[in-house]
Design a protein around this ligand. Structure first.
Ligand SMILES: O=C[C@H](O)[C@H](O)COP(=O)(O)O
Ligand SMILES: C=C(OP(=O)(O)O)C(=O)O
Length: 445
C-alpha cells in the first residue's frame, strides 16, 4: 500500500470531534467497505481547476460566491430544489459579475452537505431526551428514538443523493439553463413581487443589451452559454470522506473525490485533531471556518499544518465572526497570516456568527446583521490592503421565512409562516439578491 494510503488513516488515532455515536461499529465497517468501492463523484482534475480559480481569488482577481442549504436533506434532492437553488445562485453571480465587475467563482454547498455539527449532543422536548439531529447522513430529523438513532447506512444514501444532485447541477449548468440568454427567464416568477426582483430586472435589461452588442460584433464566447460550478461541503463525518478519498491516477496524490472543495468547521478545527490531520493529507482546495475566538497563532498554525508548501489556491479561511465582532476580531488574524507570506483566500460567512433565538423559539438571523458583517469584512480588508475574496452563505431559492428583515420586512412573529430549514435559518431568494446587490456595491468601493 502506498505511503499516501497508510497516512490517510492516521487521523483514526486522534481525537475526532462531532462524530456520531454509531450503535454497531460492525455495520459501519460494512458501509465504509461498500463506499470505498463506489465511483468518485468528482474528478481530481476538476479540483485542481477550482484550486487555480481560488488562487486568483487570493490575488484579488476573482470573487467567491459559495452557498446553499445549511443542511441538505435526502428529500430535497429533487430537480425543482436543485434548479431553484441554482437559479438564485446564478442570479446572485450575475449581479456580482455585472455590477461588481469581477469574475465570480461559483461553489455550491451542495451534493454532500448532509452532516451537521451540533452545540449539544442531545435534544430535550417535553422532558424527553434524544440524540440531536446531525443531518440526514447520520440520523433523522423526526423527534423519535428510531429516527434519531445514528444509522451508518445513511452514509450510502448520502453518497447516492449527492450523485443525483451533482448530476442535476451539471445538467443545469452545462445544458443550457445557465445560458446568459436566460438572464430574464431566471427572474420571471420573481420580478413582480419583489423589490430585489425589479432591481435585478433592470440590470438584466442592461446585460441583454450588452450581449446583443457583443453578438452584433460577432462575439459569442462559450462562457456566455455554460458556467463552471463546483460542489463543496463540510467534511465532518470522516468515515464518509475517507472512504471517498482516492489516489489520483495523474499525480499519485490523494483527493477527497466526494466534492471539489471541502472545509473544516469551527467546532472541528483543533490543531491536534483528526480533521486537521486528515485535511493535511488530501490535495483538494480546502476551507477552514474561523470564529471570533480564533487567535492569530492558531490561524498561522493552521496555515503551517494545512498548506506547508504555500500552494496557491489550496487554503481558504472562511471567517464567521458575527457583525458585532468582525471589526475587532478579524484584523489581527489577517495581519499575522499575511505577515507570513501565506497565500490564503479570505471569504466571509456572515451567517454563523449572527444566529439568535426568536421569542417563538425559532433560530433566526437578521438580514441587517448579515449585511453589516459583510460590510465589516470589506472594511477590514480594505484598511489592511488585503483582498475581500468572497462570501459563504446559507440560502435557498424558495420564499422561506427563516431570517428576519430584508425587502419583505419579515418580522420575528412571521418566522413560523414558512420555516423549512433542517438546522440553521437561510436567506430566501429576495434576501439573497439584496445581499448580492450590496456586495457588488462594496466590491466596486
Ligand atoms: O450550521 C452550523 C451548526 O451545525 C449549527 O449552527 C449548530 O446548531 P445548534 O447550535 O442548534 O446545535
Ligand atoms: C457548521 C457550520 O458552520 P460553523 O462550522 O462555522 O459553525 C456550517 O457552515 O454548516
Amino acid at each position: 500500500m502506498s505511503s499516501n494510503l497508510v497516512d490517510l488513516d492516521s487521523w483514526r488515532a486522534l481525537p475526532a470531534a462531532q462524530q456520531p455515536d454509531w450503535p454497531d461499529p460492525g455495520e459501519l465497517d460494512k458501509v465504509v467497505a461498500e463506499l470505498g468501492g463506489l465511483p468518485p463523484l468528482v474528478f481530481a482534475g476538476e479540483c485542481d481547476q477550482l484550486k487555480d480559480q481560488l488562487a486568483a481569488v487570493a490575488r484579488g482577481e476573482a470573487f467567491v460566491l459559495q452557498g446553499g442549504d445549511c443542511a441538505e436533506t435526502f428529500a430535497g434532492a429533487t430537480a425543482d430544489n436543485v434548479r431553484n437553488k441554482l437559479k438564485t445562485l446564478l442570479q446572485m453571480a450575475i449581479v456580482l459579475t455585472y455590477a461588481g465587475k469581477v469574475p465570480v467563482v461559483k461553489i455550491g454547498r451542495v451534493a454532500g452537505q448532509f452532516a451537521k455539527p451540533r452545540s449539544k449532543s442531545t435534544e430535550i422536548r417535553d422532558g424527553v431526551e434524544l440524540p440531536a439531529y446531525r443531518g440526514d447522513m447520520v440520523n433523522g430529523f423526526e423527534f423519535t428514538p428510531e429516527a434519531r438513532r445514528p444509522d451508518p447506512w445513511r452514509l450510502l444514501k448520502a453518497y447516492h443523493s449527492s450523485a443525483v444532485t451533482l448530476n442535476l447541477a451539471r445538467a443545469f449548468t452545462k445544458g443550457g439553463y445557465a445560458d446568459l440568454r436566460q438572464v430574464h427567464a431566471w427572474n420571471q416568477d420573481f420580478v413582480a413581487e419583489s423589490p430585489a426582483g425589479r432591481r435585478y430586472e433592470k440590470l438584466a435589461r442592461e446585460i441583454d443589451q450588452a450581449l446583443a452588442f457583443m453578438r452584433a460584433c460577432g462575439a459569442d464566447p462559450e462562457e456566455f452559454h455554460t458556467v463552471e460550478f463546483y460542489s463543496s461541503h463540510e467534511a465532518l463525518i470522516l468515515d464518509y470522506d475517507r472512504a471517498l478519498t482516492r489516489i489520483d491516477s495523474r499525480t499519485g496524490l490523494p483527493y477527497d473525490v466526494s466534492a471539489h472543495m471541502v472545509w473544516i468547521g469551527e467546532r472541528t478545527r483543533q490543531l491536534d485533531g483528526a480533521h486537521v490531520d486528515f485535511f493535511a493529507r488530501i490535495r483538494n482546495p480546502i476551507g477552514v471556518k474561523l470564529g471570533p475566538s480564533t487567535t492569530p497563532e492558531e490561524a498561522v498554525s493552521l496555515v503551517e499544518k494545512l498548506n506547508p508548501g504555500n500552494e496557491a489556491g489550496r487554503l481558504t479561511f472562511i471567517t464567521r465572526m458575527g457583525a458585532s465582532k468582525i471589526r475587532e476580531s478579524l484584523p489581527a488574524l489577517v495581519k499575522e497570516v499575511s505577515a507570513t507570506g501565506a497565500r490564503v483566500a479570505w471569504i466571509c460567512d456572515p451567517m454563523h456568527g449572527n444566529t439568535f433565538e426568536a421569542p417563538s423559539g425559532h433560530k433566526t438571523r437578521r438580514v441587517d446583521d448579515v449585511l453589516d458583517e459583510v460590510a465589516g469584512f470589506f472594511e477590514v480588508h480594505r484598511s489592511l490592503g488585503t483582498h475581500p475574496g468572497g462570501i459563504h452563505i446559507e440560502f435557498t431559492g424558495d420564499d422561506v421565512t427563516e431570517c428576519v428583515g430584508g425587502g419583505h420586512e419579515i418580522g420575528e412573529t412571521d418566522l413560523a409562516t414558512r420555516y423549512e430549514t433542517a438546522c440553521d435559518p437561510r436567506l430566501n431568494r429576495s434576501q439573497s439578491l439584496d445581499l448580492a446587490f450590496q456586495v457588488a456595491e462594496l466590491y466596486r468601493g
